[in-house]
Design a protein around this ligand. Sequence first.
Ligand code: NAD
Ligand code: UDP
Length: 358
Amino acid sequence: MNILLTGGTGYIGSHTAVALAEAGHHVVLFDNFCNSQPDVAQRLHTLTGQALPLVEGDVRNTALLTHTLQAHQISAVIHFAGLKAVGESVAQPLDYYANNVQGSISLLQAMQAAQVNTLVFSSSATVYGEPHYLPLDETHPTAATNPYGRSKLHIEEILRDACAADPALRVLCLRYFNPVGAHASGLIGDNPRGVPNNLMPYLSRVAAGELPHVNVFGADYPTIDGTGVRDYIHVADLASGHLAALAHLAQRPGFDVINLGTGQGYSVLQMIDAFAAASGRPVPHRIVPRRAGDIAACYARPDKAARLLGWQATRTLQDMCRDTWHWQIRGAGHEQLEQLGSVPNLPPGNPQHSPHIP
Ligand code: NAD
Ligand code: UDP
């Protein structure tokens, strides 16, 4: 199948590109590089042995998208392209609605013009808002608490309306829980700019000695040890979930939403311990006040994905930490450390630095 990945050089898109190419699909990448680097395409070439076509463009450019869909005879789209920083969305809501909502409308218009009917959309567990019960299943009420989450909810509703109007459309919204980890090769991974907001890349920078300690945002939640609990899912499991989603859509027209999570929650302190063990390095922490807008616990009921997609996450917390650390010391994280003149002494047996990917 010829598949277009909008946001295909980003964190989740690049891992999904590898999984799709390995499964024999023809992948076309579409990205404006607002949060990724074009050299990801070379890394994907190294990993897959294929030169995946890469189109530089904004998803709001409907004409370019239409042309790309037609020129590459695309039969399905996975729509990763979007802005994703919650705090930034509060400060710049219009940018988020313009990019995420307008971008999705533009994509639907291009798909209509090019007669492409199959779409997988990157949604998020953030659409559940404050949980009324746990684990979160897909019938849990939705309630976004910030513009980023609201943009995802708006897009889901637009997609539902588009499916109601066009019986040929097939749309699956995948509500990701907390994607972490990296490709086992260490060639691709999450590369947040500046000081990371998310826990896992922060732990990684602390273990590397780039940041002094982790601030634990609150130890007075009603959880196992008082710290926040999340459903961390390995990005490679997430990638395979997209393959399963495409196979499912081939059988089933219409609109649906499915959680992609493991069903298992881990606390911040459990994450710190797991990362220290995986990296063999100390991960000092300090308890600080709660972060505004955070919830105590969030984890998925993953049964619908198992039932409809025949998919479930298989990678462990140890896998997630090991692969994040491998990416830190081999991938972009290591280059940043070099610039700071603080490259860690790599433990024996770890892969050596290779900043320039052929
Ligand atoms: P990412 O920022 O690494 O990737 C998104 C990619 O989209 C980037 O390469 C960026 O350059 C591109 N992009 C953004 N706006 C664009 C536009 N207008 N036109 C073309 N390209 C554009 O993010 P990610 O973590 O890979 O997330 C992918 C999707 O999954 C996003 O829609 C995000 O909201 C969603 N999601 C992510 C998480 C997470 O924690 N990473 C959780 C839930 C949902
Ligand atoms: N967290 C933390 N310190 C950090 C970053 C995150 O204690 O530097 C906590 C946060 O309060 C939450 C969990 O780690 O309980 C996961 O946070 P993240 O931002 O990664 O994901 P999200 O809150 O979006 O689920």
